[in-house]
Design a binder for this molecule. Sequence first.
Ligand SMILES: [Zn+2]
Length: 50
Amino acid sequence: MAKEVTCPPCGETVRAENDEDLVRKVQQHAKDEHGTDLSAEHILASARAV
Ligand SMILES: [Zn+2]
C-alpha cells in the first residue's frame, strides 16, 4: 500500500510505495529543501496510507 507525507514547512506531498522508499524520499526532501534531518520514526508516524 502506498503512503504519503505532507511536508509541514512547504506543503509538498511525498508519496512512495513502501516505508523504505517513503523514508528515503522524505529524508532527502527535508535535507535538500529545509536542511533538516528527520528520523524514520517521525516520518512513519506522520505518514498516511493512500
Ligand atoms: Zn518541504
